[in-house]
Design a protein around this ligand. Structure first.
Ligand SMILES: C[S@@+](CC[C@H](N)C(=O)[O-])C[C@H]1O[C@@H](n2cnc3c(N)ncnc32)[C@H](O)[C@@H]1O
Ligand SMILES: [Zn+2]
Length: 267
């Protein structure tokens, strides 16, 4: 089944000879890297939105080293247990999690607003429909999706409710209170624990919380991995240069990643 929706007229898109087309003859070519850009000018606020190429590269290098594999495996296991057909990953980034989740479903769509991230992602897995689009207008049809995932990414609640089937699922992965605490202490004067539960409160109107889990991943990071981790987080924009340099001068650094997985079901 074709899940994609034309961003201009909201009709179904059908793929024919590397072009997605709706009945109103709006058409979108599949790029040579294997993704389609459905982020139309009308919905665009900036020319190159989303993560920068530097942070995409840093994230790819860090994740390839396997430090977040415990989270990837925990997420994959949860999806396997759901036994669902269609998955939409919102804010898929360079596709590390999307790639692993795809094996558990029949159809998988990965969406990100950052074209440079989707270009990198598309090389990973040809079974996934990779789309450049905004969470503000998710590029899939109404009531077509069994599970939306948002890992460290925006959660456009109303759009998620539109695209989910009745009783469909939403999985949110977000930093748990102690996530990278030692690293944040080294970088900033004042550190506050993350507050994942705010998402449960935010989503309470449209969703029931049906499962939650905390995943711990203790890490000993060699210097280059530590640099990549700093570069792929928002800390990179906020930290003072001298603090960052002092931390990056360490040969290795011990720190714990801690993630919160929430599984919601549409009311
Ligand atoms: C912290 S990254 C997480 C990427 C990936 N899920 C992961 O865990 O590796 C957040 C992603 O959300 C994307 N993003 C930000 N705003 C967005 C929006 N409005 N619509 C779609 N994606 C968005 C960014 O481009 C970025 O790739
Ligand atoms: Zn159209």
């Amino acid at each position: 089944m074709n899940l994609l929706m034309c961003p201009v007229c909201r009709e179904q898109l059908k793929l024919n000879d590397r072009t997605w087309r709706c009945d109103n003859q709006h058409s979108y070519d599949v790029a040579k890297q294997g993704y389609v850009n459905l982020h139309v000018v009308q919905h665009k606020h900036s020319k190159n939105p989303g993560d920068t190429p530097e942070s995409v590269q840093a994230r790819r290098a860090f994740l390839s080293a396997g430090h977040y594999a415990p989270l990837q495996q925990a997420v994959v296991k949860k999806i396997r247990d759901l036994r669902i057909e269609n998955l939409l990953d919102i804010g898929c980034g360079e596709g590390y999690y999307t790639n692993a989740m795809q094996a558990e479903v029949l159809q998988c769509v990965g969406v990100d607003i950052a074209k440079n991230a989707v270009q990198v992602a598309a090389k990973l897995n040809k079974e996934i429909t990779w789309v450049v689009a905004t969470g503000a207008t998710l590029p899939v049809l109404d009531h077509s999706i069994d599970l939306c995932t948002s890992l460290f990414s925006p959660i456009p609640e109303q759009e998620i409710l539109r695209v989910l089937k009745p009783e469909g699922y939403l999985m949110v992965v977000t930093p748990a209170p102690d996530h990278l605490y030692a690293m944040r202490e080294a970088l900033f004067e004042e550190v506050k624990p993350h507050e994942p539960h705010k998402f449960v409160d935010q989503l309470a109107e449209g969703f029931d919380l049906v499962d939650e889990m905390v995943v711990d991943a203790p890490m000993i990071l060699p210097q280059q991995d530590l640099k990549n981790l700093i570069a792929m987080t928002p800390y990179a924009y906020k930290v003072k240069a001298e603090r960052r340099e002092a931390l990056e001068a360490q040969d290795q650094f011990e720190v714990k990643a801690q993630y919160q997985i929430y599984l919601f079901q549409k009311k």
